[in-house]
Design a protein around this ligand. Structure first.
Ligand code: ADP
Ligand code: MG
Length: 314
């Protein structure tokens, strides 16, 4: 098998601990089925020779809530593709349907139009192949220690024998720098540490895709920046696939290698941008600020930045 293919295979579910260094994520500047205008040059290092199938395909997805009086359309015909080892960001203003999209990918709600597939299979229910990290600090089990929290889904899902699970959980806690805290209960941790536990717990399950819903939004600014950097460093080590929701342009640029910009309610695709070349060291530099400004203008204009009018205007 060619090396690139083998490396790609390593990014598939169940092999998260194998490092995949030669796959450069982000070479697929494409919104589902429609090639977008190339906006920014991306990773220029090793070439991505793998033009393989996307892992998650969101195809023309419309999501609605039915309440007693109203039918709320949360997203309208949204389409995008996420490839293995992508850090894919959904960016848009509050209420544009980001959480709803994540819920649909997680399998908690079904689209009224379009479809969502994971590795070619239609998503129709939740599963341990899609682990979620939320914004709230209280997503941990308060009566279990840090180690107990990371172990819990491994044991419930009978992933491996207890001894192996403990070893595996510890290795994840080491990756998020919480080894010293494994016997501590959640109420004794800071918000940032709780989020690290939630990330370790989710990654321990080796999900096909990690879903993160504004996981750092409730943290103070300094901790938030640190967590953003740590997440990218962790990705560099483990090469998981993540769909990351935020309404912060800066966070999108720091965390993502590709960014899907959504319109205000109901959410529609405005553009997809590459940002894999930008990191924390670039904050304040001209390329960073230029892309931030461009996204800002996209978010606040009613133009759709692509060469495919069928994606539509808001
Ligand atoms: P975001 O995460 O981008 O802030 P959401 O996905 O939470 O947006 O919400 C998208 C739209 O759907 C909003 O207009 C919101 O009011 C509506 N919505 C969200 N959850 C529900 C619900 N459970 N019932 C009815 N409407 C909802
Ligand atoms: Mg939300």
């Amino acid at each position: 098998m060619p090396r690139a293919m083998r490396d790609f295979a390593n990014t598939l579910p169940g092999t998260i601990h194998q490092r995949v260094r030669s796959v450069k994520a982000g070479g697929h500047g494409r919104v589902k089925g429609k090639r977008m205008t190339a906006m920014v040059p991306i990773n220029t290092g090793e070439a991505t020779s793998i033009d393989t199938k996307p892992l998650v395909v969101v195809d023309d997805v419309t999501l609605q809530y039915k309440t007693a009086e109203h039918l709320v359309t949360a997203t309208y015909k949204v389409g995008f593709e996420v490839y293995a080892a992508d850090r894919y960001v959904l960016l848009g203003p509050s209420g544009c349907g980001k959480t709803t999209l994540l819920k649909a990918i997680a399998g908690f709600m079904a689209p009224v139009g379009g479809s969502i597939t994971l590795a070619g299979r239609k998503i129709d229910r939740p599963g341990p192949d899609r682990m979620m990290v939320f914004q709230e600090f209280d997503q941990l089990l308060p009566w279990k220690t840090v180690l107990g929290n990371v172990l819990f889904p491994l044991l419930v899902n009978r992933r491996m024998p207890r001894e192996a699970a403990i070893e595996h959980a510890r290795s994840l806690l080491a990756k998020v720098n919480l080894t010293r805290f494994e016997n501590v209960y959640p109420h004794m941790l800071s918000g940032g540490m709780k989020q690290r536990v939630a990330i370790a717990r989710a990654l321990a399950m080796e999900p096909a895709v990690l879903l993160m819903d504004e996981p750092f939004a409730a943290l103070d600014a300094l901790t938030r920046r640190k967590m953003q950097e740590e997440l990218v460093a962790l990705w560099d080590e483990v090469r998981f696939t993540v769909i990351f929701v935020t309404h912060s342009i800066e966070e999108a640029l720091l965390v993502g290698n590709r960014i899907l910009v959504l319109s205000p309610h109901p959410g529609r695709v405005k553009a997809e941008l590459n940002a894999g070349h930008l990191g924390p060291a670039d904050v304040g530099t001209a390329p960073f600020e230029a892309l931030a400004k461009r996204i800002h203008n996209l978010l606040f204009s009613d133009k759709v930045e692509n060469d495919h009018p069928e994606i539509g205007h808001v």
